[in-house]
Design a binder for this molecule. Structure first.
Ligand SMILES: Nc1nc2c(ncn2[C@@H]2O[C@H](COP(=O)(O)OP(=O)(O)OP(=O)(O)O)[C@@H](O)[C@H]2O)c(=O)[nH]1
Length: 374
């Protein structure tokens, strides 16, 4: 496919900027010093060329200075340098009796054009220089010392340079596109694998959450199970334990055996679920609601005083009493309330709550009793 020719495109190609800066630094230093020396040597014999050399020496040093301060302008500076060299070449070859020994300069300019600006710029300059040299030779417009053989060998050198650079560039482009294709494949593969891993990860994460939830939840009521609550309580810092006023409400459904026996286990389960839902509904988000076992439920309420816990238990008792389950007249619960004290284990706390619950049952059920503060 034919690409549009870009003659010395400026400021766009940032590839190899660092190397271009180093290259141009060397070229300007070398060209500046040589031009200065040539200017001194020629000043008396050929004042015109002496001045031209001095001019180019100054241009080289100015460009060196600009490049030193503005590395980002390397593309623009490279273009200016190439055009300057080109102009110098024109002056030397057409106005100052171009001679074959200086043809090496042409090859230098071409190589630099290829290196600095790429294939298109190099080809364009090669074609322009060849056309000018051959054109001038044939027309004899500006007298030069070139003979037919010089023109032929110059053409041959340029052709050789063209092929060398063309092959090199083609190879480089093939390698680059091959690398790009490999890179794209690799990226696609990495992306695909990353997506697969992410999907597996999130599935595993969901599964883990599910398992954690299942292992910590009572499947009938949806409340935390005994095992989970024991773990949570065990992890509860001993330093905090007893320092904040935490309360535990132990709830037992009254005459639940009778409900089971009269209406069957299915209805018994329904009652259990309704009571659990009611308890959950009237707890705070920070409370832990637990199915301790059978028809015994627990509400563990952090930062709650005995009085507050009693009021909460009372509220729950009243709400449960209002539950409407068609087959049953009323559902009642009894509850025992206790607060965590310094040095308490879970069994200490439960023991006090259980005693209070026992008193509530003894007092005729449908009651809330608080354990006395020790
Ligand atoms: N339907 C059902 N019943 C259960 C379940 N777990 C335990 N139970 C029953 O719950 C009853 C518990 O009765 P208790 O608490 O001992 O006695 P109660 O009849 O409630 O009498 P009080 O507690 O003194 O008021 C037993 O009959 C158990 O079989 C369950 O998951 N579903």
């Amino acid at each position: 496919m034919l690409r549009p020719i870009q003659l010395f495109p400026a400021l766009t190609d940032t590839v190899n900027v660092r190397y271009k800066v180093i290259f141009l630094n060397n070229v300007f230093t070398f060209a500046g010093l040589v031009s200065l020396a040539m200017s001194v040597i020629r000043w008396n014999t050929n004042p015109f060329l002496g001045k031209v050399d001095l001019l180019f020496a100054c241009a080289a040093f100015i460009l060196l200075w600009i490049l030193h301060r503005h590395h980002k302008m390397v593309e623009l500076i490279a273009s200016i340098a190439l055009w300057l060299c080109f102009v110098q070449f024109l002056i030397v070859f057409f106005l100052a009796n171009g001679n074959p020994t200086r043809s090496g300069l042409l090859l230098l300019i071409l190589a630099s054009a290829f290196y600095l600006k790429g294939r298109q710029a190099g080809y364009s300059m090669l074609a322009i220089i060849l056309a000018l040299v051959v054109g001038n030779h044939l027309s004899g417009l500006f007298p030069s010392e070139f003979k037919n053989l010089d023109i032929l060998s110059l053409g041959f050198y340029m052709l050789a340079q063209f092929f060398i650079i063309h092959n090199y560039e083609s190879l480089r482009e093939t390698q680059t596109s091959h690398l790009k294709a490999l890179n794209a494949n690799l990226e696609a593969l990495v992306k695909q694998r990353t997506e697969q891993l992410a999907a597996v990860n999130s599935a595993l994460e969901k599964e883990k959450e599910n398992l954690t939830r299942l292992s910590s939840t009572d499947h009938l009521t949806g409340l935390s199970n005994r095992h989970h609550f024991e773990n949570v309580f065990a992890e509860y810092s001993p330093a905090t334990r007893g320092k904040t006023s935490d309360a535990l409400i132990l709830i037992d459904i009254d005459n639940f055996k009778k409900i089971n026996d009269t209406y069957g286990h299915v209805l018994g389960d329904k009652v259990l679920k309704s009571v659990a839902a009611c308890i959950k509904k009237h707890s705070r988000a920070s409370d832990i609601t637990v199915r301790w076992g059978g028809d015994e439920l627990i509400v563990y309420a952090p930062r709650t005083s005995l009085k507050q816990a009693y009021q909460l238990a009372e509220k729950m008792r009243k709400q449960i009493h209002l539950l409407d389950i068609t087959e049953i007249d009323t559902i009642t619960i009894s509850a025992g309330v206790a607060v965590l004290q310094a040095g308490d284990t879970l069994s200490h706390l439960l023991h006090r709550a259980d005693n209070a619950l026992y008193e509530a049952k003894q007092a005729g059920r449908n009651n809330v009793y608080s354990a006395a503060l020790g």
